[in-house]
Design a protein around this ligand. Structure first.
Ligand SMILES: Cc1ncc(COP(=O)(O)O)c(C=O)c1O
Length: 396
């Protein structure tokens, strides 16, 4: 094992870190401990284990040796004291938020949080007398102005996953600390590899492991990282009672994904750069929305707090009709029309899929958004596909 923190490299974390290979016959790949429960020899040991359910193998709704390897690796990746794992990103958000609110509290959120978070804020929290304010959130002043005496939580998502708005994270974290407000961020877009939010002072760093950590579109998972005290609080209440902890087989798939995470992200980063260069010059493309593109409204802030941007890019075509957007998306042969992202396969989602025909307006920019996810295929193969689909738009 590395002797101190400065020895912790990405390679250590994704492979050796937290893996006690001697304990399982020097197997190179960690085993899947597919068990619901663990037995004890004496009443005393049994009783002792219950003193610390967070660190004792008793029942796999709490912790399990396979998922525990992943827990330690992901805490190290985020530079956090501890980590909690869930069966989906949505479950992680639910637990992290619920554990930090009580009746009468007020939550401030970015105006376009991920849809399940928004549903929770709009449909569930009001039932418990928790109020929510949605703000633009691009400046520290927005957060200061929205704060009330009963504000207990700030919900951030930077960048968000369609139009990539950012929040100034270090300034918000410092202000929140002063006021005793808990900060929660969905950091799925960048992952801790490209945006180290714990180092910026954020209390709870969430990612859906379904995307880049899993990386193969074959499992779901959710991650919360933060202080040991915060993780204990969420574990003792929401994680254990909702029963949405990560299961061993899914944990093993995520461990496998994690081993190649840094190189997959690097490949996606390079492909994204190459395909943006192609798209920005194309006569059929009106606009590209991407946080590290010089045309991006918050380009400077993106450069300050993210070391890279990757994968997700939103474009608008010059042709404004619904038919043109439909033709482009349907003509793509190598981009699957599907939700999610982070796997091998490149994807496309047009916003019009969620907008009824009689509501669609070509004058409303957001209606024309088409989100592309660039996966691990050969960039030349993807570029040729984009080119032929854009050619169909030109002719239509
Ligand atoms: C930005 C973001 N956060 C959270 C989630 C929820 O994650 P999961 O699908 O693993 O529940 C998603 C899912 O698409 C997402 O895109």
């Amino acid at each position: 094992m590395p002797s101190d923190k400065k020895d912790i490299s990405l390679s250590w974390i994704t492979t050796e870190w937290a893996e006690d290979r001697e304990k399982y016959f020097n197997a190179v790949s960690p085993p899947i401990w597919q068990t619901s429960n663990f037995s004890f020899d004496t009443v005393d040991q049994f009783s002792q284990a219950f003193q610390d359910e967070r660190n004792q193998y008793i029942y796999s709704r709490g912790i399990n040796p396979t998922t525990d390897i992943l827990r330690k690796k992901l805490a190290a990746l985020d530079g956090a004291e501890d980590c909690l794992l869930f069966n989906s990103g949505a479950a992680a958000i639910f637990a992290g938020i619920f554990a930090n609110l009580k009746a009468g509290d007020h939550l401030v959120s970015v105006k376009n949080p991920y849809s399940s978070a928004r549903k929770m804020f709009d449909a569930i929290l009001p039932r418990f007398n928790v109020s929510v304010s949605y703000i633009d959130g691009k400046t520290i002043e927005d957060w200061q102005a929205a704060t009330r005496d009963n504000t207990t939580l700030f919900y951030l998502e930077s960048p968000n996953s369609w139009t990539y708005e950012l929040q100034p994270l270090a300034a918000i974290a410092a202000f929140a600390k002063e006021k005793g407000i808990v900060t929660f961020i969905d950091n799925t877009y960048c992952t801790p590899i490209y945006q180290n939010v714990i180092a910026m002072g954020i209390d709870i760093a969430m990612q859906t492991a379904t995307k880049y950590i899993g990386g193969h579109s074959d499992t779901l998972g959710g991650v919360l990282c933060g202080s040991a005290a915060m993780m204990k609080k969420i574990f003792d209440t929401e994680l254990m009672t909702v029963g949405s902890g990560l299961q061993p087989f899914n944990g093993w798939l995520l461990l496998r994904g994690l081993r190649t995470l840094p190189m997959r992200l690097e490949r996606i980063r390079q492909t994204t750069g190459q395909l943006i260069s192609f798209l920005e010059k194309h006569e059929q493309v009106e606009k590209i929305i991407f946080p590290l593109h010089p045309s991006f409204e918050q380009y400077e802030l993106a450069q300050q707090q993210m070391t890279a941007a990757l994968g997700l890019v939103t474009i608008m075509l010059k042709a404004k009709s619904r038919a043109a957007i439909t033709a482009f998306c349907e003509k793509l042969d190598h981009f699957l029309m599907a939700v999610s992202w982070g796997g091998h396969e490149s994807l496309v989602i047009p916003r019009i899929a969620f907008i009824p025909e009689d509501v669609y307006s070509a004058d409303n920019e957001s209606h024309r958004h088409i989100r592309l996810y660039f996966g691990l295929e050969d960039p030349a193969y993807l570029q040729a596909d984009l080119e032929q689909a854009l050619e169909h738009v030109r002719k239509s």
